[in-house]
Write a protein that binds this ligand. Structure first.
Ligand code: 6PG
Length: 249
């Protein structure tokens, strides 16, 4: 799934999806405060799909809403479907409803992928250019997100990097336009592995027995340390799983 993280990934098994959302939301706030203290800003890439929605809702509620340094937070997206932001299957749409529209993050610091654009390659290139400009990195230099949130499909896909997709082998482009024939909405856009692997922390959120099988089957569970929710700020590379995952613990 995700390689190149500095520390061994940690799998945190949480029995209750609501508690998974709490733990994940707290981890985002801790990472944000740490990043702002160290670098003056927090660069996060949000995940799509359904699993992160509750985490986003927690972040938009007290007490975490008051703790989060929204003014120093920059929000990007790890992937998007080929739809307009108001479409029911838009990842931006989901995150905007659950979080962005409810918190004082400056709108000029929120960058969505224009899934509705007629030229997918151009939309992917434009998003990559936006990332380069906002991070202030030279062309071809990798942006270093403080945190990248990812989900996990039952087929093992993450972001919009699907099994067998040529985008899995992408080493130059930071954002790829992808045609995922098996997906509900085949036209996709996704960050590529070089960008994901350069992140300070990659956090997977996976819920349910089906996803537990995927995590169990992946190399992550062979190298990960399983332990109960951690007390302090997250270390690079961990994923939270919840209910129906007894065989992970
Ligand atoms: C997407 C996602 C994708 C998602 C997984 C899990 O656009 O579909 O970014 O990678 O995270 O498909 O989706 P669920 O959380 O809905 O199970």
């Amino acid at each position: 799934m995700i390689v190149g993280m500095p520390h061994a990934p940690e799998i945190i098994v949480i029995d209750d999806p609501a508690e998974l959302a709490d733990v994940a939301a707290r981890a985002i706030v801790d990472a944000a405060l740490e990043a702002v203290k160290a670098r003056g800003r927090f660069m996060i890439s949000l995940a799509g799909g359904g699993t992160p929605r509750t985490t986003y809702e927690r972040l938009a509620q007290s007490p975490l809403r008051e703790k989060m340094p929204w003014a120093q937070t920059w929000i990007f997206f790890g992937d998007e479907r080929g739809v307009a932001p108001e479409h029911k299957d838009s990842n931006f749409g989901m995150a905007n409803t659950a979080l962005i529209s409810k918190v004082p993050v400056p709108r000029e610091q929120v960058f969505r992928i224009r899934g509705e654009d007629g030229d997918p390659e151009a939309a992917a290139t434009t998003y990559a250019r936006t990332i380069t400009e906002v991070f202030g990195v030279r062309r071809g230099e990798l942006p270093k997100f403080d945190m990248i949130l990812l989900g996990l499909g039952v087929d093992g896909h993450t972001a919009s990097l699907f099994p067998g997709s040529p985008a899995l082998k992408e080493v130059f482009r930071q954002v790829a336009a992808v045609h995922a024939a098996a997906a509900m909405i085949p036209q996709r856009f996704t960050l590529t592995f070089p960008v994901i692997n350069a992140a300070g922390t990659v956090m997977f959120l996976a819920a349910g027995a089906e996803k537990a099988k995927v995590v169990k089957g992946s190399w992550v569970s062979r190298v990960a340390r399983c332990r109960p929710p951690w007390p302090g700020p997250p270390r690079a590379g961990w994923c939270g799983c919840s209910t129906g995952a007894p065989h992970l613990s």
